[in-house]
Ligand binder design. Sequence first.
Ligand code: ARG
Ligand code: ZN
Ligand code: CA
Length: 241
Amino acid sequence: VNGKIEIPVVVNVLYKTAAENISDSQIQSQIDVLNQDFNATNSDFNDVPTLFSGVKANVGITFVLETINRKATTKTSWGTRDAMKKTKQGGLDPTSPTTKLNIWACTIGGGILGYAQFPGGSSATDGVVIDSKYFGLAGSGSYPYNLGRTATHEVGHWMNLRHIWGDATCGSDQVADTPTHNTANYGVPAYPHYSTCTGTPVEMTMNYMDYTDDRGMYMFSNGQKSRMEAIFVAGGARAAF
Ligand code: ARG
Ligand code: ZN
Ligand code: CA
């Protein structure tokens, strides 16, 4: 990567209720969380256990809020099949998806906090969706997902990161410096939490790509950083950024 990576961000707000029409300041708070989490300036970065201090990463990617689009709708929930990304289906088409990160804030439903498209998919649906209840800080933010970490996790996927347990029992996330996890972790696991997988390593439950509560996740690893950087180089899936 030549120089630092700066990601222009477009936020698309779809609302039926006043609570879903999240404020500009709530939106900015989410951008601030992304900038902290991707630049190791999050206040809980110091809580990373010594065991992982050699691999905890300053990813060094900056997010710049460019535009906020808002649209009133009659839909009470949008599901996970990309309707919110289509003006023809009552949503909002993405703006310049090959050169900007589009984030949709709307009610997803079904207990889904957010979802993301991996690199290499259709540009018409590229970006991440975050339920308005879990978007940024305060406002409609809902405990224990009120610290903006749903977006950190989803943007991790958008930058090609897999779940740390590899979506299988003792699966692989294709990152060498993250331990093999037995499965997803929830809540805020006590440290150390041992894996039942080969070698019984201590799991990195505080990684953003696990499923813990927002206050339980506060680091990416160097291996994850390399995997994210790789998509932005010439020939990479997000080279246009
Ligand atoms: N369930 C969502 C996903 O798989 C996001 C989980 C985010 N976790 C959180 N603590 N906010 O993409
Ligand atoms: Zn995920
Ligand atoms: Ca790993």
